[in-house]
Every structure is written in C-alpha cells, then in structure tokens.
Design a protein around this ligand. Structure first.
Ligand SMILES: Cc1cc2nc3c(=O)[nH]c(=O)nc-3n(C[C@H](O)[C@H](O)[C@H](O)COP(=O)(O)OP(=O)(O)OC[C@H]3O[C@@H](n4cnc5c(N)ncnc54)[C@H](O)[C@@H]3O)c2cc1C
Length: 737
C-alpha cells in the first residue's frame, strides 16, 4: 500500500542541478540552497513520475518519456490543465503547481504537483483490509467516478479539451491506430475486435462529460485511515466523451477471474451506486460494448508498453511481459462482446444494492437473535462489531448509501436501544458526521477514531435554556479568543448523552465575541470541548414527561464557566457554525425518521395483536369499525411516510444535503406526526394498559412526541418547506416566460 519509489532508472536520469536551479527561480517551493533528492515511482508505465524532496517538503514531478513518442500520446500539458480545472472545482486531484515547456531543463516538458500522502492499493483484491472497508473503498471509488461525470463541463473552463460527441467511434479508431503503430506481429483477434467495435457503436455516443480514460483503483490515493478518495491520479488519457466507457473500464477488473475477497461489491452493485449518484436509471444499454472497448484499450496499452520496451524507453521494469497479454485480452473482449446484455433490470428507484440487502438481512437476524430479547445492552458485548454491523449510518465507512441505510434504520427503530448496539445512536452519529466532513486530521484521529470504534461517546450542545433555540441565531454561549485559547461561557440544556460515563467530548455551538464577524449567520462556531475540561459542569438531568430518559445517558443541563480550550479545537473555523449545522442535521434528521417508521410498524403490530385478542360488547376489538379504520389509517400513514423517507434518502444520495433539504424537512415533520398518531392509536386500543409500564407503548409515545421538537420543532420545518416550495414555484414560473 506504500507508494514505492526506486532510484531513478538509467534511461530516465536528468540533471537534478538544473531542475533545482529552475525551481528556485520559478516557484516558491524550492529555495536556492535546498538540496533536492529525486526518486522514481516504480508504478506507472507511461509518463515517468518522480518524487522530488526538499529538506522541508516533497512534490511529484511528471514528464514525457525520453526518445521518440507515439503521436498524440504523453501530453503532460493536458494533464496539467485538467488537474488545474478539477482542483479549482473541488474535485480530488493533487494541486498542480508549475508547468515547464522548456525541454532544456530536464530533457522534456514536465509539470510539478502537490505530493498527496495516503494509501495506494496496487492489489485490486484489497487484501489486508476488513470486508467492510473493502466494500467502502470500492463504493468511494465508484462514487468519485460518478461525481467526475456529474461535473458541469462548461463551468470547468475546459473548452476544446476534447472533441466531445462521437467519443466511442474516436476511441475505437484511435486505439486501432495506436495498436497498429505499435504492433510487432499480426494478432487476428485484435483485428476482429476492432471491426466488431466499429460495427456496434452505441446509439448514445453523443453524451459528453469529462472522462478520465484510465480510472482504476490503483490510480487513486486513499485517505490513510478512512475509505475516502483524496486524489485521482494519471490524467494522461482524460478527454471529453461518453462517461460509460470510464465506468466499464473501472468495472472490468471485477469481471476478470480474480480471487474476489469478501466485501468487494458486485458489478451490479457498483453500477447501481454509480447511477444513483448521477441520478440516471441503472439499466445501462450496450454495457457489453463498453466492456469490450475497455479490454481493447488495455490490449492496446499493453502493446504500446511492449513496443517501448523493445525501443529501450519503457518506464517499468516488467515491460517485457506486456507483449504476451495482448492476444488473450483480445479474446476476452470478443467473449464479452458476444455476452447477452445483463444489466440490473428496470429502474430501481428505491432498490437497495445487493450489499444493502445483505446487511439488512444480517441486521434483522441480529435484532431477532440478540437485541430484541436483551433487556439491557452490555457495553462489553461487541458481537455486532465483529459481525461488521457497525457505523452503518456513515456511507464513507459502511459502504452503504442513505437509501440502503434507510431500510436498516427502519429495522433498528423497533427497539429504542438498538441504534446504540450498532454504534448508530444520536447524537454520536451526527457528531461523527461533523468530524468526518469538517474535522481536521488531528481532530479526526483524537475524537472520530475512538467514536467510530465505540470506545467513547459524545454530546452536542446547541440548545440553551434562556433563549428560544429553534432560532439558532439566538444562541448566546460566548466564545472569546485569548491568545492560543478560546474561552467559553454559557448555559446549555437538553444535551443528550452528556450523562453517559463514556461521554468524553462535546461539540458546543458558541457565539463569537469578536467584533470582526458581522453577519447574522457568521457569528457562531462549533468547538470541541473535552468533558473533563475545568469549568464544564453537568448541572442536572432533565426528565421527559416526568420520567427518566436515560437510554443514552440522559439529557443534561450543562454549564460552561470560563472553559478554556486550544484554538485548534474549533471545527472548520470561526464563524462557520451554521455551515456545519446544515451538514450535520441533514442525514441525522433522516435517520430519526427512518427509525420512526420502524417504531410505527411495531406499534401497529402490537395494535393488531391486541385488537384481535380482546373482546368488548360481544365482538373482537377490530370488529368495531372505528378500530378497523384506525388500523387502515395507520397502514396508509406508514406507507406514505416510508415512501417519503426513501425519497429523501435517495435525494440525499444523489443530490447531497443542500439540494435535499426540502425533502428532509418534509419527512422530519411527516415522520414524527405519523409515529405520534400511530402510537396514539395503539395506546387507545390497549386502554389503560397502553399508558402503563407493562407495554412499551408509553415509552414509545414519549420518544416520538419529542421528535416533533428535537432537531427543530415542526413549525420551523414547515416554514422552510413553504419557503422552498415558493422558490421552486417561482423558478417554474420564470422558466415558462
Ligand atoms: C428529547 C430531546 C432531546 C434533545 N437533544 C438535544 C441535544 O442533544 N442537543 C441540543 O442542542 N438540543 C437538544 N434538544 C433540544 C431541541 O433541539 C430544542 O428543544 C428545539 O430545537 C427547540 O428549541 P427550544 O426548546 O428552545 O424551543 P423554542 O425555540 O423556545 O420554541 C418553542 C416553540 O415555539 C414555536 N416556534 C418556534 N419557531 C417558530 C416559528 N418559526 N413559527 C411558528 N412557531 C414557532 C414552536 O412551536 C416551538 O416548539 C433536545 C430536545 C428534546 C426534547
């Protein structure tokens, strides 16, 4: 998984002195007196790539290979240009730093870029990581590809970067030419394949996005600890054209008869995730064409490397072996071409991926076997962690989409403490999301890692007793800078989980006292406060409907008196609290709703059992029409809410938190109302037993009633829905003009 470098190979040697001189004049990265060390990356067959180290930093240099080159290949200026555009658009690529066209310096044109440190997986089977991480890595990769294909070409400023529509035709003809130019013997299968491709071009060859051209797992730098893509490398073959060619090229490795280790998603799963992120139907016509084209390309590349080896300027030491793979690859491609098209059938709007279905089944079994019969959760009992049923709420870790998780959270909603069993309990989930999305590397390793392992718990301090906190701009808890520290003073309450002995850290929303911040939404910040910091006081636990509500350690009033934390405990930066709150509350709110659907299902189940077993006035309860109608109304409400939840989950997956906020606000209101109504009906059918402690209904009601207040009361969400609806209507009206 290390990035392997060797000393610079003989045929790639260049003058380090001239490079040092050039960089010290042209860039701020190298100074006059710096000694440069240059090593060569072992991987990569095309443009030689070097690690350039100064005493204080390191960079990556990519150049054209020496000697005579195939026409149109090795255009490092294009790599530099596309990386620049993508870096500016926030897409994960190493930051390009400098481009040099002067071949006098190191013998060829070159460019310098940031050295991104992370993991590179050369073995695509991903040995040495857990099955869950393996799945998450493949999901992260395919999501990154889908994001690349979703970028708006016009706003990337890459006009003229590629020729656009007709990509597949060009690809077949370019690779045929490249192959022919490099051919060392006649391979009939290659000729047959080239003809087949040209005669079976897809009807959708006019779709155009930016394409990578060589998108593989080993061209990605993955975060050192998380399943997150930090940089996509090797843009040599990038252009504009049909994105499905890129997808097929990525999938092709999984169709090879490799020894697939557990956790690696199926090709169908990856297609479904890709399509969901792009918001396109998952039935991909003519997939076989793209798969065959990918293998044709691989065969062409292999032939090129072999030809360069014969000329003595191949970049990799094992280049000689490439000559032997061309014919077998061509035969595989011909087989793929003849395969019947078997994509996932139909449009799968609310279809879980196969992995989602498998995890859901595991969660159901686990709930039946351990959780539902258990009276209390033992903190030491970590069967669920060993079973991989852990942190399911976080797509980057679990490899599950929000839609996958929706069905799973519904299942865990049947038991109030079940989310904790799977390390999916609020407020830790929201806090983990915040740290995952916005935390610094240091904050992640100190707090996110132990939270993900379930070693510690956390709490979230936003609501205050003295101000109406549904309007978060009212928050008064102050943040004041004192040299390298922030000093916090204020009162919070309804801090869920603060009483848990494992609760080690709070995320506290504070208002800056600094005069610099003026806008209404630019005054608040979120700060990490370890619970044992002097001045943090747990004042009292609050009750819910007069009862202890200590499932996750109770809801506390917490006071902060001259609490000092280092300035690096701030998340994202001063004044950015609202930005974080938006990111935090989206998925978190949805998870509550998913669980509310599961809880309502259980309430209706209990209702029906009671209605079928008790008699009044000569009939079973359900034979009274009013009770039968309650049953029907509950079923209607649950089904409607489930669909709205799945719709919101899908919007979150495909459009992100911001675009999905209307759906999330809608489901937040609908799910809590529905669950209250269904549990209320069940209580009514149970009579006195319904409000007693002998059945779970009273506790369920207490919980679902708080959902209409916690995470923002219904009225605030209704106002947002109305605001967004009016905005959408206005847009529609303007579009008609
Ligand atoms: C069980 C539970 C757990 C909680 N856990 C946490 C936690 O972990 N961390 C945390 O920070 N907070 C937590 N909260 C607090 C919760 O988020 C707040 O109670 C909620 O945001 C409302 O704020 P408030 O109580 O100050 O009500 P207020 O802001 O005083 O509002 C009171 C009422 O005013 C009405 N209202 C408000 N705005 C409008 C409007 N625009 N239009 C019409 N009517 C309006 C609504 O009916 C609202 O219910 C929890 C609450 C509960 C009940």
């Amino acid at each position: 998984m290390e990035e392997l470098t060797t000393s610079v190979r003989q045929q790639h040697k260049f003058s380090v002195g001239r490079l040092q001189k050039y960089l010290s004049v042209k860039s701020q990265t190298v100074s006059n007196n710096d000694t440069l060390t240059v090593r060569q990356y072992s991987a990569g067959q095309s443009n030689p790539t070097f690690l350039v180290q100064t005493p204080s930093d390191s960079y990556v240099l990519r150049k054209k290979p020496p000697g005579e080159l195939l026409p149109g290949a090795h255009k490092v200026d294009r790599e530099y240009r596309v990386q620049k555009a993508l870096f500016s658009a926030g897409f994960p690529v190493p930051q390009p730093l400098l481009h040099c066209t002067d071949a006098e310096i190191i013998g060829t044109e070159f460019y310098l870029m940031e050295h991104v440190r992370g993991r590179i997986f050369r073995d695509l089977r991903l040995p040495g990581v857990s099955a869950a991480e393996r799945a998450a890595l493949y999901v992260a990769a395919v999501e990154t590809l889908a994001k690349l294909h979703s970028l708006d070409l016009a706003s990337l400023n890459l006009e003229g970067y590629g020729k656009g529509s007709g990509y597949c035709k060009r690809q077949v003809s370019t690779w045929t030419k490249q192959y022919t130019a490099a051919a060392t013997r006649d391979i009939p299968a290659m000729n047959e394949l080239s003809d087949w491709l040209m005669n079976n071009l897809p009807a959708t060859d006019d779709e155009v996005t930016l394409v990578h051209g060589d998108f593989r797992l080993d061209n990605l730098i993955i975060h050192p600890r998380e399943a997150r893509v930090m940089a996509v490398l090797d843009w040599e073959l990038s252009t504009t054209g049909q994105p499905l060619a890129d997808l097929a090229y990525f999938l092709i490795t999984l169709l090879k008869k490799m020894d697939i280790l557990s956790g690696i998603p199926t090709v169908e799963d990856l297609i479904s995730i890709y399509c969901r992120v792009r918001g396109i139907p998952s039935a991909l016509p003519q997939l076989n064409f793209y798969l065959a084209l990918s293998v044709f390309k691989m065969a062409g590349i292999a032939q090129g490397i072999y030809a360069r080896h014969l000329l003595g300027n191949a970049s990799a030491p094992n280049a000689a072996q490439f000559g032997q793979c061309v014919e077998p690859l061509a035969k595989v491609a011909l087989q793929l071409a003849q395969r019947s098209d078997t994509g996932p059938a139909g449009d799968s709007l609310f279809l879980q991926t196969a992995r989602g279905q498998a995890v859901l089944q595991q969660v159901k079994d686990f709930m039946r076997q351990y959780v539902l019969p258990a009276q209390e959760v033992s903190a030491k009992n970590r069967r669920e962690m060993e079973a991989g049923l852990w942190n399911l709420f976080l797509p980057a870790v679990s490899g599950l989409s929000q839609l996958d998780y929706a069905y799973i959270a519904e299942e865990t909603g049947r038991c109030l403490f079940a989310p904790e069993v799977f390390n999916c309990q609020a407020p830790d989930t929201g806090n983990m999301e915040v740290l995952h999305m916005f935390g610094s590397e240091e904050q992640k390793s100190k707090w996110l890692e132990p939270l993900l392992k379930g070693e510690i718990r956390s709490c979230f301090c936003m609501t205050e007793p003295d101000v109406a906190s549904s309007d978060a701009t009212n928050m008064e808890c102050t943040l004041c800078r004192d040299e390298d520290n922030f000093v916090i003073n204020g009162k919070k309450w309804w801090t869920s989980g603060a009483g848990n002995p494992q609760c080690k850290v709070a995320i506290v929303m504070c208002r800056s006292k600094s005069q610099d911040v003026k806008t209404r939404h630019g005054q608040h910040s979120m700060v990490l406060v370890p619970m044992d910091t002097p001045g943090v006081q747990l004042v009292r636990p609050l009750t819910v409907f007069g009862q202890d509500d200590a499932i996750h350690g109770g809801h506390f009033e917490v006071h902060f008196e001259n609490v000092r934390v280092p300035t690096h405990n701030i998340i994202l930066g001063e004044g950015r609290g609202f930005e974080i709150a938006q990111g935090r509350l989206g998925p978190g709110r949805l998870h509550h709703c998913m669980r509310a659907v599961g809880l309502a299902e259980l309430a209706l189940e209990l209702l029906c059992q009671r209605a079928a077993s008790r008699h009044t006035f000569g009939k079973k309860l359900y034979q009274h029409e009013v009770v039968a109608h309650w049953i029907a109304e509950c079923r209607l409400m649950i089904e409607q809410t489930r669909l709205l939840t799945l719709h919101a989950a899908r919007a979150l997956d495909t459009q992100g938190s911001r675009a999905a906020r209307k759906q999330i606000a809608m489901i937040k209101v609908a799910a809590a109302r529905m669950a209250c109504k269904v549990v209320d009906c069940a209580i009514q059918v149970y009579g006195g037993a319904g409000v007693s402690g002998d059945f779970p209904l009273a506790q369920m009601y207490s919980y679902v009633r708080t959902l209409r207040i916690a995470d923002g009361p219904d009225e605030v969400h209704l106002s947002s829905i109305a605001h967004l609806e009016l905005r959408d209507q206005l847009k529609k009206a303007q579009a008609k003009l």
